[in-house]
Design a protein around this ligand. Structure first.
Ligand SMILES: Nc1nc2c(ncn2[C@@H]2O[C@H](COP(=O)(O)OP(=O)(O)O)[C@@H](O)[C@H]2O)c(=O)[nH]1
Ligand SMILES: [Mg+2]
Length: 308
């Protein structure tokens, strides 16, 4: 059996946000006039973005002015409520059981963000739920990408449809969808390339993948998962904008939140787009993809209740 999965705090405790906030809230104390500025700097440094940060700081400032909050313990509780409140609306899990069969998931995102890894982890998750899963090696741009997906498939006994490097991505995914329908699979997850010669080329290819799929199933894909690297910073917001121009992004996965990720990008994305955050990646291993849980996430970023 695999080791017990690490806790959210084990994985997120090293993030810039957790370390920054941990340093500011050490003990119960009256609120120092400089504390709000320091919180603001911490949130901005952790890539929360100006809009989301202002929302938080303004609320805290008002609470202090009204004397609704008078000490660091109260401020920490209020901060927790604000942060969870920003994330709750986007914590909408992906429910493939509610959709048609095969439920088609198209994974998109720029190179290196963790698409193939996320697909591998998802395949395992669905297989553990006794679903019949098929993977499509639609990143035909690099031979290594096909092999990487095949390895995930082998390790988890999930079949993979692949053609050679340089094959047409849309045609690989089309064949996979045909196979998934014929064999009555529950879920098809298609990988895609993240880098072509030009950004326009990438977006045209994704639009073509969707067009071709719809010849078989006019409703497909049933989920377009955009994978975002949690260490990307504010550029994550640009990536979402760009991909939304080409495909109908219906959910996000934010990866690499373990280690030194800044973490704040999750709030920036929630505030900017309101798109569901389906999963987060807390490490490279198979069980490190977690259904996004705002309470667990925020609790892992904030110091535990201050002792008296
Ligand atoms: N630490 C960490 N690494 C991750 C996570 N997800 C993916 N990776 C790593 O990121 C690298 C790129 O992943 P890959 O799936 O190949 O990205 P792709 O190019 O988008 O398909 C690999 O080394 C993965 O192991 C995560 O949640 N945490
Ligand atoms: Mg890949």
């Amino acid at each position: 059996m695999a080791d017990r999965p690490a806790s959210w705090r084990d994985r997120l405790g090293g993030s810039a946000l957790a370390r920054g906030l941990g340093g500011l809230f050490r003990r119960p104390a009256p609120i120092d006039p400089g504390l709000l500025d320091e919180i603001e700097t911490t949130l901005l440094t952790a890539d929360m973005g100006v809009a989301a940060t202002e929302l938080v700081i303004e609320d805290l400032r008002m609470a202090i002015d009204r004397r609704a909050v008078t000490d660091t313990q109260g401020l920490l509780e209020r901060l927790r409520g604000l942060l969870v409140g920003m994330l709750r609306p986007v914590a909408v899990p992906l429910n493939v059981d509610a959709g048609p069969r095969p439920f088609v998931i198209l994974a998109v995102g720029v190179n290196g963000v963790g698409k193939t890894t996320t697909i591998g982890k998802l395949a395992r998750r669905f297989a553990d739920e006794r679903k019949q899963v098929l993977l499509a090696a639609g990143d035909t741009f690099r031979a290594a990408a096909v092999e990487q997906l095949q390895q995930w498939g082998e390790r988890n006994q999930v079949p993979v449809v692949a053609q050679g490097q340089g094959a047409d991505s849309a045609s690989v995914i089309f064949s996979a969808l045909q196979a998934a329908r014929a064999r009555e699979h529950d879920v098809l997850i298609a990988d895609t390339a993240g880098r072509l010669h030009t950004q326009g080329g990438l977006m045209d290819e994704l639009a073509k993948v969707v067009r071709v799929m719809r010849k078989l199933d006019p409703e497909a894909p049933h989920e377009v998962l955009l994978v975002i690297d949690g260490t990307t910073g504010q550029n994550a917001v640009n990536q979402v904008r760009q991909f939304r121009r080409a495909v109908d992004v219906s959910g996000l996965v934010v990866t690499k939140l373990d280690g030194t990720a800044k973490g704040g990008v999750v709030f920036a994305l929630a505030r900017e787009f309101g798109l569901p955050i389906r999963y987060v990646g807390l490490g490279e291993k198979v069980h490190d993809l977690r259904v996004f849980d705002p309470d667990a996430f925020v609790d892992a970023l904030l110091p535990p209740a201050l002792g008296h």
